[in-house]
Structure formats: C-alpha cells, structure tokens
Write a protein that binds this ligand. Structure first.
Ligand SMILES: NC(=O)c1ccc[n+]([C@@H]2O[C@H](COP(=O)([O-])OP(=O)(O)OC[C@H]3O[C@@H](n4cnc5c(N)ncnc54)[C@H](OP(=O)(O)O)[C@@H]3O)[C@@H](O)[C@H]2O)c1
Length: 325
C-alpha cells in the first residue's frame, strides 16, 4: 500500500471540511485510486499548520505544527494544501512548497489572482501540479470543465453569479422588497456575509474569481486594475422596482468576454431578463454560464461556499494529484 502524505495549511472552515472528508471517505478514495491506477494507495494527512498549537482543534496534537519548516523540509510530504487564505503568508508558503518540489492545492482566489499567474508559472517550471478548483464557485467543477471537457471549443464568453453573499442580498431585495442594509444584516445573521462585508459587496471577491476564469478561458490573466468593478451597495429599492416593472431582475454578474483587442472583464450589478437561466439562481447559490463555439451554451450551478461543498472541490484536486503519484 502506497501512502500519499499531505500537509494542510490552516484548519478553519475549509481546512476542517477537507480533514473530515479525507477521514470519512478514506476507503472510498483508496478504492477509486485503485480502480483508476491499479495501485493500492491511501491519502494521509501528516501535518497541519496552525498559528496556535495549544488551541483545541479536536485533532491529535501531534499532527499540529506552527513551524512551516517542518512541512517544507519533510521529504515524505508530497502535497501541500493551502487553506489559510489572504495574500500573505499564503503566497509565500505556496511558492516555497513548489520550490521544494511539492504539489500544491489551494482555494485561495485572492493569492492566485494577485500573483498574476506567477505561482502557476513557477509550478510549471518545477514540474509540479498547482490545482485550485475550489477557488472559483466553491463546489462547482468549472475549472475541470474549462480545462478538460471544453478542450474542443473556443470559449467566447463566461458570465456568472460567483459570489453567494451578494446573490443572497440581491435575492432578498428582489423577492422580499428588503433594503440593502436589512438584507445585508440578515445575511450576516445567517453566516452568509462576513462582519466586514467589503470584499463581497464591493466586488473584490468576484473580481479575483473572474480574473482566474479569464486566464483559464482566454489565457490572459487580466490586470486587476483593468477590471471594471462596481459593487452592490448602490443598488436601491427604486432600481429593484424598475427592474421588476421591466419584467427583469438584478443580478451581480461577473463576466469575461473576448473582444477585438483582448478580453473585456467586469463585475457589476446588471438588470437581466427573467428568462435568462442566471435569473433563477437565487439565495447563496452560484452559477457559471459559458458560451463557446462547439458545445454552445452551458450552465453549471451549485454551492459557492461552505465547509463541505468547498472541501469537496479541494479533495478532488488532492485525489487528481494522488492518482499520478
Ligand atoms: N469558507 C468558504 O466557504 C470558502 C469558499 C471558497 C473558498 N474559500 C477559500 O478557502 C480559504 C480558507 O478559507 P476559510 O473560510 O477556511 O478560512 P478560515 O475559516 O478563516 O480558516 C483559516 C485557517 O488558517 C489559519 N491561519 C491563518 N493565518 C495563518 C498563518 N499565518 N499560519 C498558519 N495558519 C494560519 C487559521 O488559524 P486560526 O485557527 O488560528 O484562526 C484558520 O485555521 C480562503 O482562501 C478562502 O478564500 C473559502
């Protein structure tokens, strides 16, 4: 039996989901690895990086470390799974792991988009995998679809609802006539919005994700400064009423579209027809709508966040790497 040893960086919402799924589905994953590779393999978490090893995470303390060197210098650890979030130290840790010849999995849209593609370039140079399915639209396998299923296509446009917080708020405003402030408060009470909602409501989160999709679909990682970004704070009840009178709805749409001089990328609240498939994606759900030459139009829908939905995507990346080891 071959053991694929991995390290998790961070044991928060997503990290604990990954740990739980890997434990609960250990036999199923080993069985699937056997079916795919003909080899008996098991995925094992060897170390978990946290800030405070005295904190009770409900795991065996021997597995915890607050010293990244213990992970980076351990030749048995083949995959580093970054689930800390934010730009630093996450980016530095991922680069160090790649430098040390380790494969990297992450859910960190901010670090990927802000690196401008350099982390991925470094991984390619070092001949290791860099996988990030969970970074865009949580559990929706949109990156696999673009990279694998649509290889026979030229993608013309990607548009989507890729931020659950803003979709929840706009759905409340549209369906229940609530003001932005009261819908935001409700979202915060239910855990759909952070105490500081800036990244979501001002569109930064969606901007990072559409930048990643743009790179995948058009091979151009847009300069974040060139992305037209308008948040949803300015959406008023009178905008909502006007959309309703027009038999339309308002959705927070991120889109990247091929144009004559490159790719046009934007994130903004838009009035869209109620007949459009994206119009019926309500609450905290995410959906991505892809227009391409041969396959035509495709829509993928699912949970954009949450411990287990996001961890499901992270584990699929870990599995894909384990298959090759
Ligand atoms: N939550 C979601 O639904 C979701 C969905 C899609 C993508 N993501 C992405 O997934 C990543 C993780 O998000 P999350 O929601 O799981 O975050 P989280 O709940 O805040 O967890 C972050 C974890 O990282 C640890 N950490 C922070 N700084 C650290 C450092 N310097 N060294 C070591 N550990 C450190 C934290 O430790 P403490 O225990 O000390 O706080 C915590 O365990 C982010 O990139 C996020 O954008 C999240």
């Amino acid at each position: 039996m071959k053991t694929v040893k991995i390290a998790l960086l961070g044991l928060g919402t997503v990290g604990s989901g990954v740990k739980n799924i890997l434990e609960e589905k250990k036999d199923q994953l080993s069985q699937k690895l056997f079916e795919k590779t003909g080899e008996k393999k098991v995925i094992e978490i060897k170390k978990i990086l946290v800030r405070n090893t005295d904190k009770d995470y409900g795991v065996d303390k021997a597995i915890l470390t607050d010293d990244y060197a213990q992970i980076i210098n351990d030749p048995q650890i083949q995959i580093v799974v970054e689930l800390i979030g934010g730009q630093e130290p996450a980016s530095k840790y991922m680069e160090q792991a790649i430098e040390a010849g380790k494969h990297v999995v992450t859910a960190n849209k901010m670090a990927i988009a802000m690196s401008g593609g350099s982390i991925e370039d470094k991984a390619r140079e070092k001949g290791v995998s860099f996988m990030y399915e969970a970074s865009v639209a949580g559990t929706i396998p949109v990156i696999r679809v673009i990279e694998d299923s649509l290889v026979a296509n030229e993608i013309q446009k990607i548009s989507g609802i890729i931020n659950g917080t803003t979709n929840y708020i706009l759905s409340k405003m549209m369906n229940e006539n609530q003001s932005f402030e009261s819908a935001l408060k409700k979202a915060q009470e239910l855990g759909f919005a952070e105490a500081d909602p800036t990244s979501d409501v001002e569109g930064y989160d969606a901007m990072y994700k559409i930048a990643i999709l743009s790179k995948l679909a058009f091979n151009i990682m847009p300069d974040l400064n060139d992305i037209k970004r308008t948040g949803i704070r300015g959406v008023s009840i009178s905008d909502i009423n006007k959309a309703r009178e027009n038999a339309n709805t308002i959705k927070f749409i991120a889109q990247a579209e091929k144009c004559r001089d490159g790719v046009r990328v934007s994130v903004s609240p838009l009035e869209i027809s109620k007949d459009h498939s994206l119009a019926n994606v309500d609450g905290a759900m995410n959906a991505v709508y892809i227009t391409c030459d041969n396959a035509g139009e495709i829509m993928l829908q699912g949970a954009g966040a949450g411990s287990r939905p996001t961890a499901s995507a992270v584990v699929s990346d870990i599995f894909a790497i384990a298959e090759k080891l």
